[in-house]
Write a protein that binds this ligand. Structure first.
Ligand code: 0O2
Length: 202
C-alpha cells in the first residue's frame, strides 16, 4: 500500500492488507484447483488491489457520504477488489461455483453484467463477498471479485480512460463505437466458447 493510502486508512491499513493477501491466496488456490496446466488454466491473470485513498474519497463523494475510512469500510464493497481475467466466458461460471463454496467468506451478491450488460456495453461478473474484519467495532467488510474475459477486460480498460480523460472530442461517436465493439466482442467470446467446447468434445 502506498504511504498516503496507509496514512488515510490508519488503524485499518494492516487489516486491509491481510484481507488483500487472503483473497489473493484463496482465489489463486481456487484457480489452481480447477487446472494449472497452461492450456486449460481458467485464468489468464489474477490481480488484487486495495482502493487508493483518492479513488475511495471520490466514490464516497459520489454517493453523498463523508470521506472517512469508516464509511468506506461500512458502505462500499470494493475497498479490496480482485479481478480474474479468463480466456473463455464459461470459465467465469466455473470459478464462480468454487468461489461460492469457499469457507473463507460468504457470498452476499452476484451482479451478472454478462447476462445483463450495462447500457454502455460493460460486461463482467461481480461477486460481492463478506469477510470477517474485526478491527475496532467493524466486524465484517464486503469485498468485490470481478471476473471477465480478456476481451471484456480490454474493453473496460479503454472505456475507463474515457471517464477520466478530459477534453475528448467526438465523445458521442466514441461512446457509440465502444457499444458496437462491446457487442461484437461478446459475440466473438461466445463463438470462441463454442469452438472450445467442440474441440474438447473431440
Ligand atoms: P473504479 O475507478 O474502476 O474503481 P452500486 O451497486 O452501483 O451502488 P458500484 O460499486 O458502483 O455500486 O457497483 P458497480 O456498478 O457494480 O461497479 C463497481 C466497479 O465495477 C466499478 O468501480 C468499476 O471498476 C467497474 N465498473 C462498473 N461499471 C463500469 C463501466 O461501465 N465501465 C467500466 N470500465 N467499469 C465499470 P468504480 O469504483 O466505480 O470505479
Amino acid at each position: 500500500m502506498k504511504q498516503e493510502d496507509a496514512a488515510f486508512y490508519g488503524i485499518y491499513a494492516a487489516k486491509l492488507e491481510e484481507i488483500h493477501d487472503l483473497m489473493l491466496r484463496e482465489i489463486q488456490a481456487i484457480l489452481d484447483g480447477i487446472s494449472n496446466d497452461s492450456e486449460t488454466a481458467p485464468a489468464e491473470h489474477l490481480k488484487c488491489r486495495i482502493k487508493g485513498a483518492e479513488s475511495l474519497k471520490e466514490k464516497l463523494r459520489r454517493k453523498g457520504l463523508a470521506e472517512t475510512p469508516e464509511n468506506g469500510l461500512r458502505y462500499l464493497s470494493d475497498l479490496v477488489g480482485a479481478r480474474v481475467v479468463t480466456h473463455f466466458v464459461g470459465d467465469i461460471y466455473t470459478v464462480l461455483d468454487d468461489i461460492t463454496k469457499s469457507e473463507k467468506w460468504q457470498v452476499k451478491k452476484v451482479k451478472d453484467y454478462i447476462a445483463d450488460p450495462k447500457p454502455n456495453g460493460y460486461r463482467s461478473l461481480h461477486v460481492i463477498i463478506t469477510l470477517p474484519f474485526g478491527a475496532d467495532d467493524i466486524e465484517t467488510i464486503d469485498a468485490e471479485i470481478q471476473m471477465r474475459t480478456i476481451a471484456m477486460d480490454c474493453w473496460a480498460a479503454l472505456e475507463h480512460q474515457l471517464k477520466y480523460k478530459k477534453n475528448i472530442r467526438s465523445t458521442a461517436l466514441i461512446v457509440e463505437e465502444l457499444k458496437r465493439c462491446a457487442d461484437e466482442m461478446a459475440s466473438t467470446d461466445l463463438s470462441m466458447q463454442t469452438i472450445r467446447d467442440l474441440i474438447q468434445r473431440g
